[in-house]
Design a protein around this ligand. Sequence first.
Ligand code: ADE
Length: 419
Amino acid sequence: MDHHVKDLGLAAAGKARIEWADQDMPVLAQIRERFEAEKPLAGMRTAACLHVTTETANLMRTLKAGGADIVLCASNPLSTQDDVAAALVAEYGIRTYAIKGEDTETYYSHIDAAIEHKPQITMDDGADVVGRIHAERPEMLEYIVGGTEETTTGVIRLKAMATDGALKYPIVSVNDADTKHLFDNRYGTGQSTIDGIIRATNRLIAGRNVVITGYGWCGRGAAMRAEGLGANVIICEVEPLKALEAVMDGYRVMPANEAAALADIWITVTGDVHTIDAHHFEVMKSGAIICNSGHFNVEINIPALREMAVSEREVRPLVEEFTMADGRIIYLLADGRLVNLSCAEGHPASVMDMSFANQALAAEWMVKNAASLAPGVHPVPEDIDKSISALKLASMGVKIDVLTPEQEAYLASWQEGTV
Ligand code: ADE
């Protein structure tokens, strides 16, 4: 079986960690059991471009149980867990192309290997496979039935393609499901971002000014967890509504130009370019740590930082020290790539359980419904989203009330008012 991973000798360790994650992914496990019996993806050639983690491995096992013929490649050069990649090949028979720290050329050669599979389904995290097929391999479009997209940044790219009339097949925006973004983006990014910063630096968070640029679900999660560890949280935001929400959530809100001089730790989660830029580097405190938890490594203007610095060196794994002309020091984590997946292990299994339940069910739904779907971005059907929340609650042993017939009737009526 063709593959490209770091070392197949890591497979046993990877398998043990995949099984550990599986214990906290009960919804996906139930879907896997049903897929095993029903084979809803029988024979479907699938190109999955996802972070190669223990949780992704359990999604791959589920798709395979459903009959899919999968090739997996990394969706980020630094997020691959090499032991997992090895186990996927050696223990689970899934063709995998992913090596932690791969250069850009290798990264795209891995994506090309997935595209060579002539996928009928694409499963992206960041839309790199979709983008590459449309831009460079349009002859592959004839095989494709549909796709799924995992993350906010990918959905934004796909919607831009659709607006331009460039998107040639239907794609389900998994990110937009409530059981995805309300949990994965908020609690997953919240915990794993702080986890990445701590694992990389071992710095105390308490009493530090933690600046967060972007108050979407990811920014909210990171703010909540940084505050929980005793940080003074400062939010930078461009949308008035989100900024107002941050104020009412109890955080200081100010422009990045002002926050720059205060930041001890600065996290970007905007999905946009250069949210930390040259003029910020000029005024930052010596010793400040900067990192990114957005999908692409564009949020920090790293080329400007390199140009302004008089020297740079790696002082700990994935911690780069830049010395500025005036002697100040700025630390950059993970080369500006996703700090939660590069310096830690990404979101914990319990939230990925719901994200990847959405992926598996969205792929099944796509295969069943693709013929009637126009090219474009489609939401996860509401019944899938609802069933995942019900299954997750049940797996946690949490019971909830149901409306009485009287309450149902009251909600459906308009005649009764003030009594
Ligand atoms: N994105 C964020 N965390 C992840 C994880 N643990 N696995 C796959 N994709 C992720």
